[in-house]
Design a protein around this ligand. Structure first.
Ligand code: PLP
Length: 369
């Protein structure tokens, strides 16, 4: 199989698995137990917290582990104080848009921040927010479908100067570009383990100590009392190891992905009627989303699957939904064109030969259509 869907999930790194196994086989103690067996496990969680915090340039005390990016995003939004108004960008992941919708039904005023034709939040859109002054604004760092990177540091600076709190969903950016909680200047940031070659079902919320987080789960003092429940120890250890490796290998992975993307985009440029979405914008080194005029994206994906290539149209959660991507729609792309979308998301183990093979198969399928 040629796997080109790393924004959906990544294969676990062998070194991550090796770090996790002792915590499934030997050190099974409860990290809250006071005896030595428990204390060893507690110390492994502490190490993982340091490792993930180091990757995002934050203090370990500012980070709590969650069951993934979805929970971190939900936690960030549901911590809004009663009556607080908030705003989210028009290109957020469903783990932001759906809790946002639910909060708006509960009476919180919700504003959607428009994006330009490349899917970027503009200064003009932020100007409007500065008039309405919501209490919290959520703008993702990098988009899961197009790979477009937002200038969160710049927007956060302006919003914070008006005392507006800022959250960023950094799930897709993590491990692909440098992410600094400090430099971005945000108050809240969501992370996920399985997009950086760590295990699924684990993520984190990073928060400024001035924030008051309202726990989603009650019933235990774990994670500073903000996320009750016995910790998913092996997954947390794995997330920590994946973060350590991502930090050490970031430059190397970036170089590899950029050179593969160049080969990919050169190959795509030869296909008549093909448009790369947000092609001119600053994007993640691994992501290229495109459409071929007149083609049915889902149909192409199925045919590529039969040939052994795994990739998707955009958000894994939306796959098979039959609806055009709301991210592309927000960028002003017609429903008809959005339905042609295919997303290639490369990973650290992909090689040039796989990209050439994909291009060859795609060209053959497009010319048959
Ligand atoms: N945010 C973004 C941008 C994502 O792409 C995803 C997963 O696809 C999530 C959040 C959810 O993360 P998780 O799968 O860890 O719940």
């Amino acid at each position: 199989m040629i796997y080109l869907d790393h924004n959906a999930t990544t294969p676990i790194d062998e070194r991550v698995l090796d770090a996790m196994l002792p915590f499934l086989k030997i050190f099974y103690g409860n990290p809250s137990s006071l005896y030595r067996h428990g204390r060893i496990v507690r110390s492994a969680i502490d190490t993982a917290r340091e490792q993930v915090a180091a990757l995002v340039d934050a203090n370990a005390a500012q980070l709590i582990f969650t069951s993934g990016g979805t929970e971190a995003n939900n936690l960030a939004l549901t911590s809004l104080s009663p009556q607080a108004g908030f705003a989210i960008s028009a290109v957020e992941h469903p783990s932001i848009t759906e809790p946002a919708q639910s909060l708006s039904y509960q009476g919180h005023h919700l504003e959607i921040i428009d994006v330009d034709a490349s899917g970027r939040v503009t200064d003009e859109a932020i100007n409007k927010l500065l008039v309405h002054r919501p209490d919290l604004v959520s703008i993702m760092l990098a988009n899961n479908e197009t790979g477009v990177i937002q200038d969160v540091e710049h927007h956060a600076g302006r919003l914070k100067a008006s005392n507006i709190k800022v959250h960023t969903d950094a799930v897709q950016a993590l491990g692909k570009i440098p992410v600094s909680f400090r430099r971005l200047g945000v108050d809240l940031m969501s992370l996920s383990s399985h997009k950086i070659y760590g295990p699924k079902g684990c993520g984190a919320l990073v928060f400024d100590k001035s924030m008051s987080i309202k726990p989603l789960l009650l019933g235990g003092g774990q994670e500073q009392g903000l996320r009750a429940g016995t910790e998913n120890v092996a997954a947390i250890v794995g997330f920590g190891k994946a973060a350590e490796l991502a930090q050490a290998e970031l430059a190397m992975r970036d170089k590899h992905l950029c050179s593969l993307r160049l080969v990919l985009e050169q190959g795509l440029a030869d296909i008549p009627g093909l448009t790369v979405f947000a092609g001119q914008a600053k994007r993640l080194p691994n992501t290229v989303q495109f459409g071929v005029h007149g083609a049915d994206g889902e149909m192409l994906l199925m045919k590529l699957d039969q040939k052994g290539v795994a990739l998707s149209s955009g958000s894994a959660c939306a796959s098979g939904g039959g609806k055009p991507s709301s991210v592309l729609t927000a960028m002003g792309i017609s429903d008809e064109q959005a339905k042609t979308a295919i997303r290639v998301s490369l990973g650290k183990t992909n090689i040039e030969a796989e990209v050439f093979e994909f291009i060859k198969l795609l060209k053959a399928l497009v010319s048959q259509a």
